[in-house]
Ligand binder design. Structure first.
Ligand code: S3P
Length: 201
């Protein structure tokens, strides 16, 4: 029997890798809906992520995150930005892998630190840490998460790229194009015609 098509595009990667910004751009290009899991959780609790961590604890956050991932895995033709730690739970990884393709936006520890410094207070896992300690923490977390990020179907280095450049690069990747073609929402994928036209003399 033919396997069901996996027609969501999930974005994973460490915090500050640009998952939300890239997700918005990519969804707009495909004319698909975009879902930001962190944003959904914030809406449900009526609190920012950092307050959820402070007031309700990381465990409550992780449980809510798993519920959101499970809900999204029942949808199709969505671009979905996962939180940087969402795939630590193997059940989340299974839900994602069975319902879409997983794209890893790779980022170096130094770039995370530079970006996180500009968004003070938004990153509960780095909160209150001086620069050197924050860098060490980022490196530890990146190491611990490497395995889950390696489970991605596609991976792209983002340190030197802007979000539109990342989206353009992703739209040239065969697997992503195939995912869009398999989608029930085929009409929303305009790239096939563009690339054919481009090849004509
Ligand atoms: C987390 C990353 C955050 C958010 C929460 C936990 C993590 O999302 O889900 O603060 O464990 O790395 P971003 O990756 O979008 O910053």
């Amino acid at each position: 029997m033919k396997k069901p098509a996996r027609t969501n595009i999930y974005l994973t990667g460490f915090m500050a890798a640009g998952k939300s910004t890239v997700g918005h751009h990519l969804a707009r290009e495909l004319r698909w809906s975009f879902i930001d899991i962190d944003e959904q959780i914030e809406r449900k609790f009526g609190l920012h992520i950092s307050r959820i961590f402070e007031e309700l604890g990381e465990r409550t956050f992780r449980e809510a995150e798993s519920r959101e991932v499970a809900r999204c895995s029942k949808l199709s033709s969505r671009v979905i930005a996962l939180g940087g730690g969402a795939l630590l739970d193997p059940a989340n990884l299974r839900s994602v892998r069975s319902s879409g393709i997983l794209v890893h936006l790779k980022i170096s520890a130094e770039t995370v630190l530079a970006r996180a410094a500009k968004q003070r207070g938004k990153r509960p896992l780095l909160k209150g840490l001086p620069k050197e300690e924050a860098l060490a923490r980022i490196r530890d977390l990146l190491k611990a998460r490497q395995k889950s990020y390696r489970a991605a179907n596609l991976s792209i280095n983002t340190d030197e790229l802007t979000p539109p450049q990342i989206v353009a690069a992703l739209l040239r990747r065969k697997l992503l194009v195939q995912c869009c073609r398999d989608s029930a929402n085929k009409i929303a994928f305009p790239y096939e015609t563009h690339s054919r036209r481009a090849r004509r003399p």
